[in-house]
Design a protein around this ligand. Sequence first.
Ligand SMILES: Nc1ncnc2c1ncn2[C@@H]1O[C@H](COP(=O)(O)OP(=O)(O)OP(=O)(O)O)[C@@H](O)[C@H]1O
Ligand SMILES: [Mg+2]
Length: 229
Amino acid sequence: MKNEKKKIILSAKGIYKSYKLGGDTINALQNVSLDIKDGEFVAITGKSGSGKSTLMHLIGLLDTPTQGQIFLNGIETSSMDEKHLAKIRNKEIGFVFQSFNLLQRTSALDNVILPLKYSHTPSAHWNEKAEEMLKIVGLGDRKNNKSNELSGGQKQRVAIARALINDPAIILADEPTGNLDSKTGEEIIKLFHKLNQQGKTIIIVTHDDELANEAKRKIVIKDGEIVDD
Ligand SMILES: Nc1ncnc2c1ncn2[C@@H]1O[C@H](COP(=O)(O)OP(=O)(O)OP(=O)(O)O)[C@@H](O)[C@H]1O
Ligand SMILES: [Mg+2]
């Protein structure tokens, strides 16, 4: 009810994604359409190989569909060139990858600073902003640790701090608790709920039913199609 007046910020219309592998074509997504409203908390679930990461990469503008359209804030994205896409990705979307994607042998602080380098934030503020973000995810005392000197949960929190640093409206997280013990996983989920209460739109992929049931909306994907929403 509360969402009824909220605007649609992300929209997929008739998305198909196929991969050519040798002589075979794999249809990873087939005719997927969805609208995400500002401030929603959405969980995407489905079996391994059902197309969840593929969908996240497409709505995160990291990849392009074989067919269909993706709209961000009502603007169709297929005509945007890579430079334009990179710019809006950096500003509007925070992406937390299934496998963290942190720079190895690089400090937590420098990992979080990375997206700032491609923003309009003056370099004089980079350290201060990144330190503040690390404090928010509970890692204020680990800023100088290199990513290989962090636990799985800590790495995941660095990845979240990096996703948040440019204050994006949308956070996309692919299995953010997949590699964590249940207690650390719960802490990460609490963090996402807090961010959602602050107004961020959150879309997470998860295998965890409990976690999915906590979301306000659950989308189930099977063999590349949405079977429940
Ligand atoms: N680059 C690629 N080339 C060929 N096939 C791919 C590629 N990426 C994904 N696929 C295939 O597309 C399908 C969907 O993959 P996807 O990674 O989206 O699944 P998923 O739901 O995220 O699975 P998981 O839960 O294991 O992460 C799978 O059958 C996979 O093998
Ligand atoms: Mg995946």
